[in-house]
Design a protein around this ligand. Structure first.
Ligand SMILES: N[C@@H](CCC(=O)N[C@@H](CS)C(=O)NCC(=O)O)C(=O)O
Length: 219
């Protein structure tokens, strides 16, 4: 039995999207990271980092959203998963790429443009983050000028992992207009039926007076 821990309005949506793409049965435990439920002894026994998502597959437990999705793709994936070692390496490459090159600056830009309360926003921080994002987004845009999906001719876990990190851009009104192929690809990814739950979530984060505290928990 598969169990996915983590509320939809968190990085858990990445793995919920994946599970829905696969069409496998799973139990959803919507553990909320904002109300202390990831810090209980029971939860820390599952993930000592106190973070969601976490996947349990019978007696096997794995955390880290990208690792969960790659595991699911390899274990249950068919066309969504890698067909050979090269595809496996490229799916891993894009998953590492998006969390190392894109995720943090995009979170910082989003926080300073939309997620923080207006008095906590710093436009200079947003500008620095957006400047950093221009390089990886140009790389992705050029890659997508040669093929429709990241691994070639079909949607795979590589697309899902990258698209799901990119979701913050439209949610926080960060324009992708300078990268039209990236933007069109992202819209194609989000149009998939399995992404609909997340598409429809109204993204809202409580705004503690302590913006740094929130940054530490979310970014
Ligand atoms: N690198 C991890 C990050 C997980 C993460 O930061 N999750 C946040 C929610 S989106 C969380 O659980 N934060 C709780 C906390 O830090 O206490 C992943 O991709 O799974």
């Amino acid at each position: 039995m598969l169990t996915l821990y983590g509320a939809m309005a968190s990085r858990a949506h990445r793995s919920i999207w994946m599970l829905k793409e696969l069409g496998v049965a799973f139990r959803h435990e919507p553990v909320d990271f904002l109300d202390g439920n990831t810090r209980t002894p029971e939860f820390l026994a599952i993930n000592p980092n106190g973070r969601v998502p976490v996947l349990r597959d019978d007696d096997f437990v794995v955390y880290e959203s990208m690792a969960i999705n790659l595991y699911l793709a390899r274990r249950y994936g068919d066309d969504l998963g890698p067909r050979d070692w090269r595809e496996d390496a490229l799916a891993t490459q894009w998953s590492f790429w998006v969390v190392t090159e894109v995720e943090k600056p995009l979170l910082l830009a989003s926080a300073n443009r939309a997620l923080f309360a207006p008095e906590g926003r710093r436009e200079t921080e947003a500008q620095i983050a957006l400047r950093k994002l221009a390089r990886p987004w140009t790389v992705l845009d050029q890659h997508l000028s040669r093929q429709p999906w990241l691994l070639g001719e079909r949607f795979t876990v590589a697309d899902l992992n990258v698209a799901t990190v990119m979701d913050l851009a439209p949610q926080c009104a960060i324009s992708l207009d300078p990268w039209p192929r990236l933007q069109a690809w992202h819209q194609r990814c989000l149009a998939r039926p399995a992404a609909s739950d997340w598409r429809d979530v109204t993204f809202s984060v409580p705004r503690p007076a302590d913006a740094l505290g929130m940054l530490a928990m979310f970014v």
